[in-house]
Ligand binder design. Structure first.
Ligand code: PEP
Length: 248
């Protein structure tokens, strides 16, 4: 069992319309309500268009809300972007930053992600910082160095460890059905915690990448794994809750 309170995060990515997203949020909240008191945390990160509606639907339930990405500035002439403060206004307590779909799909470097972590924390949000190696980096044997460098370069100088969660998400495991073994994940988590230094012990380190109800139990049997970040399997309330229950 992990030493920290476990956390399960749903990343809906660009899925969910107003009706379907609300039904899903309500179904998950209902399951969380029925399981009260929870001894783990649950966060939903819907597409930005659903944040306000989900905020209303989740109010008073144990399920917390998060954004999927944020801009580095509080406001400004940035067409299409959303600031961390805007997410906070809508009741968010978390925001994902540095997801591989941002790092690789949008060419975001770690230095920019560090600014996003800082912006998130300044807005009072907890940053869920994603790091992870590509298949080529894994094959070249450089995964550990890559992850440590990504982590160090993605943390602002004045990072608040209390408002930080790190998610280890191997790029080759996201949406592919492939995964490292639970023991390999645990070893990477130890590397991450060591790289975080003396305040590392308070930071929750999650795993993400093709987590489903069938493999979540084995992952969460590792005490180093403080929870999971779930993509596609979070789009089904029963499946997501079956994963969440493994956090107990
Ligand atoms: C993710 O989007 O962070 C993720 C882990 O996706 P999936 O669970 O679908 O692999």
């Amino acid at each position: 069992m992990s030493k920290r309170r476990r956390l399960v995060v749903a990343n809906w990515k660009m899925y969910g319309r107003l009706t379907s997203g609300l039904v899903l949020a309500r179904d998950i909240a209902e399951k969380a309500e029925a399981a009260r008191p929870l001894n783990f945390d649950v966060v939903l990160c819907p597409p930005a268009t659903l944040t306000w509606a989900c905020s209303d639907a989740l109010m008073g339930t144990p399920v917390m809300l998060g954004g999927q990405d944020c801009h580095t500035a509080t406001h400004g002439a940035y067409t299409g972007d959303i600031s961390a403060a805007m997410f906070a206004d809508l009741g968010c307590r978390f925001v994902i930053v540095g997801h591989s779909e941002r790092r690789h799909g949008h060419g975001e470097p770690s230095e920019l992600i560090a600014q996003k972590v800082e912006a998130a924390q300044l807005a009072g949000l907890t940053a869920i910082l994603c790091v992870g190696e590509t298949a080529a980096e894994l094959e070249s044997g450089s995964a550990s160095e890559i992850i440590e460098k990504q982590l160090k370069d993605s943390l602002p100088q004045n990072v608040k460890m209390a408002n930080l969660v790190v998610a280890y998400e191997p790029v080759w495991a996201i949406g592919t059905g492939q995964q490292p073994s639970p023991e390999d994940v645990a070893a990477v988590h130890r590397t991450i915690r060591k790289a975080l230094g003396e305040i590392g012990p308070s930071v929750r380190v999650l795993y993400g990448g093709s987590v489903n109800p069938g493999n979540a139990g084995a992952l969460l049997a590792q005490e180093e794994i403080d929870g999971v970040l779930v993509g596609s399997a979070s789009l089904n309330a029963d499946g997501f809750w079956a994963i969440a229950e493994k956090c107990q």
